[in-house]
Write a protein that binds this ligand. Structure first.
Ligand SMILES: [Mg+2]
Length: 270
């Protein structure tokens, strides 16, 4: 049966979407675990797999030909599964240490979520962080006033993004029946894919996330033309991934819901 009713739930990504403008917290930890093994990696390599489960992220980095070649030149053989496991082990304390410093909500988010709650919308969340990392971030974000109704870590489900399992788990915990009434919003290509694979409306954020990768001050310091070009490039990449809609920031969620509810009323489905 076609669903024409209101949006009932929004599932937000964490870093680069709800908190951590520029998605900075994870990047330093990735650079550090490679540096500790004598391998210098480029910032772009650390950012490319962002949004996936952090162990998958390390595996995707190690599968990059340039990174594998650099690793081999230093260590005499390509990175192994055991190397990935060891780096994942070392990543956790680095991430735990960094996360509380990157827990502030993006500007306007709390007001936007208050408006959503006023119209009865439930707030869920998913992430590439594991449970221990997410627990640290949840606690820190709560001190800033950000408290989603549920939070699902990549380590709790059979597979992280681009799989749908975290988004579905969030929907279960929120007690929503119709996935067509749910919106997933995130800052990376795999975030968009997670929402699409879950059968939800999938929305990208272009300005606050990993695609641009600058904190608020650096983002605002960009020349206007440069800033617009970078936001446009991010928007095009997320649209190409299949996003139903791309906005600059999750602070625009009330307008996003208005637009998606109009599409539902017109008979469209995600
Ligand atoms: Mg993110």
């Amino acid at each position: 049966m076609a669903y024409h009713g209101p949006i009932k739930a929004v599932v937000l990504d964490w870093a680069g979407t709800a908190v951590d403008f520029g998605c900075l917290a994870p990047v330093g930890a990735f650079l550090e675990v490679f540096r500790a093994r004598g391998v210098t990696v480029e910032l772009a390599w650390a950012r490319e797999p962002m949004g996936t489960h952090k162990r998958d992220h390390l595996a995707r980095m190690c599968a990059m030909p340039d990174l594998a070649a650099r690793w081999q030149s230093v260590r005499g053989q390509p990175p192994t599964e055991a190397d990935i496991d060891a780096m994942y082990h070392d990543l956790e304390p680095l991430a735990l240490e960094a996360l509380p410093r990157y827990a502030a909500p993006v500007p306007g988010l709390l007001d936007a979520l208050a408006a959503l709650r006023a119209r009865g919308v439930k707030i869920g969340s998913t992430t590439g962080y594991n449970r221990a990392m997410l627990d640290r971030l949840v606690d820190a974000a709560a001190t800033h006033g950000y408290r989603p109704d549920c939070h699902v870590a990549a380590s709790e489900v059979p597979a992280g993004r681009p799989g749908p399992y975290m988004a579905w788990t969030a929907v279960m915990r929120l007690g929503v029946v119709e996935v067509q009434s749910c919106v997933k919003i995130g800052d990376t290509v795999v975030d968009v894919e997670e929402g699409l694979n879950a059968g939800m409306w999938s929305v990208g954020v272009a300005a606050t996330g990993n695609e641009i990768g600058l904190d608020l001050a650096a983002f605002e310091a960009l020349e206007p033309a440069d800033r617009a070009a970078r936001v446009d490039a991010a928007r095009r990449r997320l649209l190409a991934a299949g996003a139903h809609l791309v906005v600059d920031s999750a602070a625009e969620l009330p307008a996003v819901l208005d637009a998606l509810e109009a599409r539902l009323r017109a008979g469209e489905r995600p």
